[in-house]
Design a protein around this ligand. Structure first.
Ligand code: HAM
Length: 421
C-alpha cells in the first residue's frame, strides 16, 4: 500500500534544502581541487565484487560485512561501490592512464555500506574524494592534506564548528615495517587473549592491526601496553613520515599525531589520516585517507604510488546550519485577465536574461503578493492594464515596500542590475 512505502533503512531523500547544501559542498571542493590541478572522473556505481575483495582486503569490515553484493541477470557478482578509491584504481588500469601520471583525480557520488544507521551514518551516503596517482614523494601527501584543509576552511560551517576539526595523522609504515610490527603485536596480544573483546579475538586471527583502534575499554587497556608501531618502522618509513610532518609544519597546518590510528582498509601504507570533528558525536570522521602504493599493482596494474582522501558530504552538511540562499527571485504579478499574456511573455524575457522568475498560476493580487513572499522574492513586478497602456510596470522592493515605475523596455536591465547588486 502506498502509505506504507518508506525509503529503505539507512537511505533518505535529499530535499531541495539538503541538495542546496550538498551542491555548495561539492562545488567548493571541485573548484578548490581544480586549483591544485585535480580533474573530475566519474566511475560506475557498481563494479565487479572481485575489485573490492582484492583491493580493500577480505578481512576489512567493508568486505566482510558491509557490501551490497548481488548477482545480475547474467550471473555476474557485482557490488554497489562502498568507496571510490578502488574504482579509480580500476579505471587507471582499464583505461590505460599510466602514461598520464602524475594524475590527479577528483570524484563525488553515492557510496553504499550495510552499516547500522545512525546520525551521520547511512547505508547510502555521499563522498567526494581526491586521488593523486604516480607520485612516491611525500609532497603528494602534503598536497592532498593542504587541499583537505583548504576545503574545510572554505565551507560555511555553523557557529564554532570549524574550530571543532582536528587532523589526526599517523604512519603505518611500508610492508616490511608492518610485517615486523604485526609479528610483535600478535605475540604480545596472544599473551593477553583473555582480556580481549570478542571482536578483537576475531581480528587477532585476521587483521590484528585493527585492534589498535578498538573502542572497547578492556582492549584499550591491553593496547596501552602493547609494542608501538613506531618502534617497528624501518628508516625509509621513518624518513617518509618525518618529511610529511615537516611539510605540514612549513605550511602551518596543525595536526595531532595519533599512534593508534590505523584505518580500516587494507590498501594503506605510510601516511594515514582523518579529519575529525567533536561536533557530530560518534560519527566523527569527516574526511579520511592515506597512501596506497600497492593497490594498483595488487589489482594487476603497473606499480603506481597513490595517495588521497574522501570526505563524507552528509556529515559536512550536518555541520552547516544555514541553507545557502537560493537564487534571488522576481515575482511577476499580473492584475486582470488582459495582463496575463504580457506577464507570461515578460517571464520568458526575464528568464532568458538569466533571472529567476516566479509567477503564481492564479489568484488575485493579494494572493499573488503572498506567494511572492513565500518564494522569497526580492522584487515584485506589478503589471495592470493601466501600466500596459503606458508601457511601464511597477517594481516593488519587497524588503522595504519601496515602489517605482519602470519603462518596460528597460525592465530587464533595471532588474538585472538590482538583483546582481
Ligand atoms: P573511509 O574512511 O571509509 O575512507 O570513508 C571516508 C569518509 O566517508 C569518512 O571519513 C566519512 O566522512 C564518510 N563515511 C564513511 N562511511 C559513511 C557512512 N556510512 N555514512 C556517512 N558517511 C560515511 C574511504 O572511503 C577511502 N576510500 C578514502 C581514501 C581515498 N583513501 C585514499 N583515498
Amino acid at each position: 500500500m502506498a502509505s506504507n512505502l518508506q525509503p529503505v533503512r539507512g537511505t533518505r531523500d535529499l530535499l531541495p534544502a539538503d541538495c542546496r547544501k550538498f551542491r555548495l559542498i561539492e562545488e567548493t571542493a571541485r573548484r578548490l581541487s581544480a586549483l591544485y590541478g585535480f580533474e573530475e572522473i566519474e566511475t560506475p556505481i557498481f563494479e565487479p565484487a572481485a575489485l573490492f575483495k582484492r583491493g580493500l582486503g577480505d578481512t576489512s569490515d567493508i568486505v566482510s560485512k558491509e557490501m551490497y553484493v548481488f548477482q545480475d541477470r547474467g550471473g555476474d557478482e557485482l557490488v554497489l561501490r562502498p568507496e571510490g578509491t578502488a574504482g579509480v584504481a580500476r579505471a587507471f588500469i582499464s583505461e590505460g592512464l599510466s602514461q598520464l601520471t602524475p594524475l590527479k583525480l577528483f570524484y563525488r557520488g553515492p557510496m553504499f555500506r550495510y552499516e547500522r544507521p545512525q546520525k551521520g551514518r547511512y547505508r547510502q551516503f555521499y563522498q567526494m574524494g581526491v586521488e593523486l596517482l604516480g607520485v612516491e614523494k611525500p609532497q603528494a601527501d602534503l598536497e592532498c592534506l593542504a587541499l583537505g584543509y583548504q576545503i574545510l576552511k572554505a565551507l560555511p560551517f555553523a557557529g564554532d564548528m570549524a574550530s571543532s576539526i582536528t587532523l589526526h595523522l599517523n604512519t603505518i609504515g611500508d610492508l616490511e615495517s608492518r610485517a615486523a610490527f604485526r609479528e610483535k603485536l600478535v605475540a604480545y596480544l596472544s599473551t593477553r587473549k583473555s582480556e580481549l573483546s570478542q571482536d578483537s579475538l576475531v581480528r587477532l586471527e585476521r587483521n590484528p592491526l585493527r585492534i589498535l583502534d578498538s573502542k572497547d575499554e578492556g582492549d584499550k587497556r591491553v593496547i596501552s601496553e602493547a609494542p608501538t608501531l613506531e618502534a617497528s618502522l624501518n628508516d625509509t618509513s621513518k624518513k617518509f613520515f618525518d618529511d610529511v610532518v615537516a611539510g605540514l609544519d612549513v605550511l602551518g597546518l596543525p595536526y595531532k599525531i595519533d599512534p593508534l590510528l590505523v584505518r580500516g582498509l587494507d590498501y594503506y601504507c605510510h601516511t594515514v589520516f582523518e579529519f575529525t570533528t567533536t561536533a557530530l558525536g560518534a560519527q566523527n570522521a569527516i574526511c579520511s585517507g592515506g597512501r596506497y602504493d600497492n593497490l594498483i599493482s595488487d589489482l594487476g596494474g603497473p606499480k603506481t604510488a597513490g595517495v588521497g582522501w574522501a570526505a563524507g558530504v552528509d556529515r559536512l552538511a550536518l555541520m552547516m546550519q544555514e541553507t545557502p540562499e537560493a537564487l534571488p527571485t522576481v515575482a511577476i504579478v499580473p492584475m486582470g485577465d488582459e495582463a496575463e499574456a504580457p506577464a507570461l511573455k515578460l517571464c520568458q524575457e526575464l528568464r532568458g536574461a538569466g533571472l529567476r522568475v516566479d509567477m503564481a498560476y492564479g489568484g488575485n493580487m493579494g494572493k499573488r503578493m503572498k506567494r511572492a513572499d513565500k518564494v522569497g522574492a526580492s522584487h515584485a513586478v506589478i503589471l495592470g492594464s493601466n501600466e500596459l497602456s503606458r508601457g511601464v510596470a511597477q517594481v516593488k522592493v519587497l524588503a522595504t515596500g519601496a515602489q517605482s515605475e519602470i519603462v518596460l523596455s528597460t525592465l530587464v536591465s533595471h532588474l538585472t542590475k538590482e538583483m546582481k547588486g
